[in-house]
Write a protein that binds this ligand. Structure first.
Ligand code: PMP
Length: 425
């Protein structure tokens, strides 16, 4: 009997995310992972230079995390989280709050998008419970906060959500406070919040991920947060991508002096093993839900809320992040990215080389505009896998965002392959 490959079966039955389906290249079938490497059926290796969509921080199949998950699986795989609790979730909440001490409570959900939905719903209901009419949301232009309706509403209006535009709630977008735009951003925010109807300001701190790794400085964000505080506007830091040392510190908002009221976490939270969302909020927010009036309850929850196996993975990942080795790797990776920023900044094919923490982004010069559908992305998709590197650019923005365990040699290989690629343009 003729055997049909996984890739062929995939092409017949599966619908892939963010992937135009017509004439889709057959996907590479992965069978194994180890450290920063993924392996296909033929034994070819690929450096996971984007941490599998920014989730993997300790490398694939980390022995310690796997052991902790399997121990948990043999005790309690999953259980309802309403009326019942378990050590892995409580431990995780305690540890997250130790690391983000101005926060008071943790609400668990399923992924980055739901952590944002929870943040938005919490904000709207906070004012509703207090009887204050505040319903508007402010966000940064070019932002991305997930693919659910709240997340899409807060995000930029672009190709990702054009088909849904009529169904999104109104959000006022202010300029990203990149160099030269700080004043314009601040002035627009001031003009909007002075109306008194704004409930929340949501932002990706310091790095806008899906919008093309656009970067801005902490003092500019501090100025925006201060205006929000003055006008009783809750601030929501979407740290889904930036959390867990991606920018060099545990959270990107640690570079600020003003602290947000809500923090959304996901992606790296489980070390890249499982989906999990966590929304952290202040005591002030939590207290608005403490009432004898049951209608003030936060009526939100997912079947798999705080799944114990997933929480065990998150606790194991935090154990590792408390050890010297990953922290040393992160420091070395930050220096590597800064060195490479210098190198690429003067490259004739590079419009701008940006770096924050362990993220390096290169905006490549092409004849077309800088945007997600820039055709350079397709060239990258074809060029790099046969050379043993996985990169998924955001249009003409090619970026590196690797697991922290990636070796110096592997990082150099990624940078060299990018240089060779630029020579082909
Ligand atoms: N917020 C930010 C800043 C993100 O980068 C993402 C995912 N790229 C999300 C939210 C949504 O996360 P998820 O894909 O896990 O739903």
């Amino acid at each position: 009997m003729k055997t049909v490959s996984v890739s062929q079966r995939d092409t017949r039955y599966v619908w892939h995310p963010f992937t135009p389906q017509l004439d889709m290249e057959p996907p590479v079938t992965l069978v194994r992972g180890e450290g920063a490497l993924l392996f296909d059926e033929q034994g070819n290796s690929y450096i996971d230079a984007i941490s599998s969509w920014w989730v993997n921080i300790h490398g694939h199949c980390n022995a310690y995390i796997t052991k902790k998950i399997s121990e948990q699986l043999n005790r309690l795989e999953h259980a309802i989280f309403s009326g019942f609790t378990h050590e892995p979730a409580v431990r995780l909440a305690e540890r997250l709050l130790e690391k983000v001490p101005h926060m008071h409570r943790v609400f668990f959900s399923d992924d980055g998008s739901t952590s944002v939905e929870v943040a938005l719903k919490m904000t709207f209901q906070f004012f509703h419970n207090k009887g204050e009419k505040k319903t508007k949301v402010v966000a940064l232009e070019n932002g991305y906060h997930g693919d659910t309706f709240g997340g899409m509403s807060a995000g930029a209006r672009n190709v990702f959500n054009r088909a849904f535009e009529n169904f999104l709630f109104d959000v006022v977008h202010i300029p990203v406070p990149v160099k030269g735009m700080e004043k314009a951003s601040l002035e627009k925010l001031e003009a909007i919040v002075s109306g008194g109807e704004v409930a929340a300001f949501i932002f990706e701190p310091l790095v806008q991920g899906a919008g093309g790794m656009v970067m801005y400085d902490a003092p500019a964000l501090d100025a925006l947060l201060a205006v929000c505080r003055k006008h009783n506007v809750l601030t929501i830091a979407d740290e889904v991508m930036t959390g867990f040392f991606r920018t060099g510190k545990f959270l990107a908002t640690e570079y600020c002096t003003q602290q947000p009221d809500i923090v959304c976490l996901s992606k790296g939270i489980t070390g890249g093993y499982f989906p999990l969302g966590a929304t952290l909020c202040t005591g002030e927010i939590y207290n608005a839900f403490l009432s004898a009036d049951k209608t003030k309850t936060f009526f939100h929850g997912h079947s798999y809320t705080a799944n114990p196996t997933i929480c065990a993975a998150a606790n194991a990942s935090l154990d590792l992040l408390e050890q010297e080795e990953p922290l040393g790797n992160i420091r070395r990776m930050v220096s590597f990215m800064q060195e490479q920023q210098q190198v690429f900044a003067s490259h004739e094919k590079v419009r701008e080389a940006r770096c924050t923490g362990t993220i390096l982004a290169l905006e490549i010069k092409t004849g077309e505009a800088t945007e997600y559908l820039n055709p350079l992305a397709e060239k990258v998709h074809v060029y790099f896998p046969p050379r043993g590197v996985i990169l998924r650019p955001l249009g003409n923005v090619v970026y590196i965002l690797p697991p922290y365990c990636t070796t110096r040699e592997q990082l150099e290989k990624i940078a060299n392959e990018i240089k060779l690629f630029l020579d082909t343009l």
